[in-house]
Design a protein around this ligand. Structure first.
Ligand code: E4P
Length: 217
């Protein structure tokens, strides 16, 4: 499973990309707002840091303007993926762009039926939101499983990109189910490293090592 960073913070992108663990980046209008920076400049800078896919989300609601915004993003770098909302206009923009071999990420997916439409529209990625479904009392991970099963049935080329991933359990379950990508905010990535037995075991090894009085170097 690929791991994308869900952030528009250049410092976080630099920090996490240099770990070698990050395959791409996703952004959205809220993350751009949180960064307080210009969207085009930010996307350009992220694309220069990261070799893989960088999702830049359109903010128009109609297809024609979405396509104009997509052109602006596409002029910035070769690794831009155009992110469109799962609306009739968004899917029309997806179809238009994917017909020209442009990489498209269809976002704000909350049902398997929506994911099926995105695949038919030629999306490279479909982004079902796990955490936001959990928030309203549905099981976001069940949705990931349904979409993976449907795409396998028909051999769709669309990648399942699990979004709104909040904790390590989400990540592990997405990997077990067979999601192609999970996009994680820095906070969730930090959590993946953590285990109390790792900390306890390391402390015990270090304490014992000190007692030997040895040095490897
Ligand atoms: C992904 O592309 C979305 O931008 C993101 O994962 C949404 O996550 P949130 O529900 O934590 O805002």
């Amino acid at each position: 499973m690929k791991i994308f960073l869900d952030s528009a913070d250049i410092g976080e992108v630099e920090k996490w990309y240099q770990t070698g663990l990050i395959d791409g980046v996703t952004t959205n209008p809220s993350l751009i707002a949180k960064s307080g920076r210009d969207i085009l400049q930010t996307i350009k800078e992220i694309c220069a840091i990261v070799k893989g896919s960088v999702s830049a989300e359109v903010t128009a609601l109609d297809c024609a303007t979405m396509l104009k915004e997509a052109d602006r993003f596409l002029s910035l770098a070769d690794n831009v993926t155009i992110k469109v909302p799962l609306t009739p206009d968004g899917l029309l923009a997806c179809k238009t762009l994917s017909d020209k071999d442009v990489s498209v990420n269809v976002t704000l997916c909350f049902s398997a039926a929506q994911a099926l439409l995105a695949a038919k529209a030629g999306a490279e990625y479909i982004s079902p939101f796990v955490g936001r479904l959990d928030d309203i009392g549905y099981d976001g991970l069940t949705l990931i499983g349904e979409i993976v099963e449907i795409f396998e049935n028909y051999d769709f080329a669309t990648n399942v990109l699990a979004a709104s991933v909040r904790n390590p359990l989400h990540v592990v379950e997405c990997a077990k189910i067979g999601a192609d990508v999970a996009t994680l905010p820095p906070k969730t990535l930090e959590m993946l490293y953590q285990h109390p037995l790792t900390d306890k075991g390391l402390k015990s090894f270090m304490d014992d090592w000190q007692k030997t009085g040895q040095s490897i170097l």
